[in-house]
Design a protein around this ligand. Structure first.
Ligand SMILES: Nc1ncnc2c1ncn2[C@@H]1O[C@H](COP(=O)(O)OP(=O)(O)OP(=O)(O)O)[C@@H](O)[C@H]1O
Length: 280
């Protein structure tokens, strides 16, 4: 049974809109067509998303393109500002400070010490012209690392974890395959031991066999390091393989959530039923 004490992240009513809204949509979300207002064209990308993330669990977020998954995870990593909502990290100010209200310096601290992100597009997470080792060192330096030998040792250790061969470690990621780039991103995101890691469509676009290898690796890392993860994917197959619990998003709203097995065996919402059916 999960305990209240085991929560690492608490999110309440996370909302993100693109546009100001108008008299019609601001007060009555019933006027929306899917996720947008037909009158003023404001897009309500995420609406009132609330959940808890527990220590050592993988929470899956699944939904079709445009359902708001990336916006949701970008808000949590401060790549985008929320329109409204609260989020509390247990390891930060005893879980009492709404991280969305913090200063940019405090948000940088949260990113450097407590949160990690692996992007779908490795160009967003890596400096493609730097060596692989210095990509990892960059994150360690941001988190206060000054001991060069220590940082190189740490980078080596992490590149072992993600199976990047020793002779490639001084190469720049631009010379790597897509699967290798994702593995370097994962090593970089793990470098400061964050208790919480976000992964956004990390295997999309990879060959099936490479995809399977990256997913296996994520599972092993999560088991060995007991990191809590939020895994975002349009692919229920990925979520089935990784996630303990799942939230299903449609048009910016969480329409269903529960244990992944439960959702797969007994989906309640028509959209979830369709998703599950497509897996069969
Ligand atoms: N910067 C932006 N400006 C305006 N609208 C945006 C912006 N970013 C996202 N949106 C809109 O927000 C909605 C959710 O987009 P989001 O990228 O979060 O969806 P998604 O589920 O991650 O889809 P995909 O996997 O295709 O990226 C979409 O309607 C999208 O057009």
């Amino acid at each position: 049974m999960l305990d209240f004490e085991d929560k690492v992240l608490r999110v309440r009513n996370l909302s993100k809109q693109f546009g100001e809204g108008c008299e019609l949509c601001r007060h009555d979300k019933g006027v929306l067509e899917k996720n947008h207002c037909p009158h003023c064209k404001t897009i309500y990308a995420c609406r009132d998303i609330s959940f808890d993330l527990y220590k050592g669990e993988i929470l899956g977020v699944v939904g079709e393109s445009g359902s708001g998954k990336s916006t949701f995870v970008k808000c949590l990593y401060f790549d985008q500002d929320v329109t409204a909502g609260e989020a509390y990290v247990t390891d930060y100010k005893e879980g009492k400070a709404n991280m969305f209200d913090e200063t940019s310096q405090q948000k940088r601290y949260l990113r450097d010490y407590l949160l990690g992100m692996v992007y779908q597009n490795p160009y967003l997470g890596l400096k493609m012209d730097f060596t692989t080792i210095s990509n990892i060192a960059e994150k360690l330096i941001a988190a206060g690392g000054r001991n060069v030998v220590g940082m190189i040792e740490r980078a080596d250790e992490l590149l072992d974890v993600v199976s990047i061969e020793k002779f490639r470690r001084k190469d720049a990621p631009k010379s790597f395959s897509g699967g290798m780039q994702q593995r370097v991103q994962i090593a970089k995101a793990l470098s400061n031991n964050p208790p919480i890691l976000f992964l956004d469509e990390v295997t999309t676009g990879l060959d099936l066999s490479v995809q399977a290898a990256v997913l296996d690796m994520i599972k092993v890392i999560q088991r060995d390091l007991q990191i809590s993860m939020i895994v975002v994917s349009h692919d229920l197959g990925v979520i089935r393989m990784l996630a303990d619990r799942t939230m299903v998003m449609l048009d910016g709203v969480v329409i269903e959530e529960g244990l992944t097995d439960q959702i797969l065996e007994d989906p309640q919402h028509a959209y979830t039923q369709q998703l599950v059916h497509s897996l069969l």
